[in-house]
Design a protein around this ligand. Structure first.
Ligand SMILES: Cc1cc2nc3c(=O)[nH]c(=O)nc-3n(C[C@H](O)[C@H](O)[C@H](O)COP(=O)(O)OP(=O)(O)OC[C@H]3O[C@@H](n4cnc5c(N)ncnc54)[C@H](O)[C@@H]3O)c2cc1C
Length: 197
């Protein structure tokens, strides 16, 4: 007898395009960086959660060539800790951020109160206009993230979803770049591109 066909060594990715129309993709390897729905079980599971204001002040209160990365003069929460940071873009403009390491994110109103306190009491910004805001949550955990998605050996998790976040700081960009380089090298060499731990 003669074998005339084998199943494709590909996986199907079901998606929708920007207009909502279904798109069917086939790929040899799939890398999934969608944020995880649930964090794996762990000994420590804190969140780095924050809200920042892009502000414009009446007086020239910022030093454009000085960033302040961890300013602990913020009011401290009952659990966890907080700090502010200031990234100036001019004498009158900056991103002013309030960050907590703790068990739960705050409400937007609570972040805004903390930001008003930090800007007014600590930074003494005076008359301040909030131009826009950003908000985020980064998991900080010693959990071990699965780099394979389910039982499929062609689907891998990368980025935050693949455990690339440094648990002590929340920084992720550098590890994502190392992960991506290792994956690209493996694909090029024809090896299964399992993302490195
Ligand atoms: C405000 C903020 C500032 C940060 N600053 C830093 C920093 O300075 N340095 C640093 O190292 N880290 C920083 N981080 C941490 C940051 O989370 C990571 O560095 C980086 O964004 C992680 O990249 P990622 O690709 O893993 O995840 P993300 O950037 O979260 O990318 C996930 C992507 O998946 C998309 N997505 C979700 N669901 C679907 C779906 N069903 N189909 C298709 N796409 C989907 C989302 O739209 C998103 O684009 C910051 C995070 C925040 C929120």
């Amino acid at each position: 007898g003669a074998v005339t066909g084998l199943p494709d060594a590909t996986v199907r990715v079901a998606a929708t395009d920007a207009a909502g129309a279904p798109v069917d993709l086939r790929a040899r390897w799939v890398f999934d960086s969608r944020p995880p729905d649930r964090l794996p079980a762990a000994r420590t599971r804190l969140l780095q959660h924050f809200r920042g204001w892009f502000v414009r002040t009446e007086r020239p209160v910022f030093e454009p060539d000085t960033v302040d990365l961890m300013d602990f003069r913020t009011a401290q929460p009952a659990r966890g800790l907080s700090f502010g940071y200031v990234l100036p873009t001019g004498r009158h403009t900056a991103l002013v951020e309030y960050t907590e390491f703790g068990p739960e994110p705050l409400t937007t109103e609570a972040y805004d109160r903390a930001l008003a306190d930090y800007a007014g009491r600590v930074l003494r910004t005076g008359a301040t206009e909030v131009l826009s805001a950003e908000q985020g949550v980064i998991p900080m955990t010693d959990a071990v993230f699965d780099r394979r998605a389910g039982s499929c050996d062609r689907v891998f998790r990368i980025g935050v979803a693949g455990g690339a976040t440094r648990a002590s700081t929340g920084y992720t960009f550098a590890a994502v770049q190392r992960q991506s380089e290792a994956v690209a090298r493996a694909v090029r060499a024809g090896r299964p591109p399992v993302p490195p731990a």
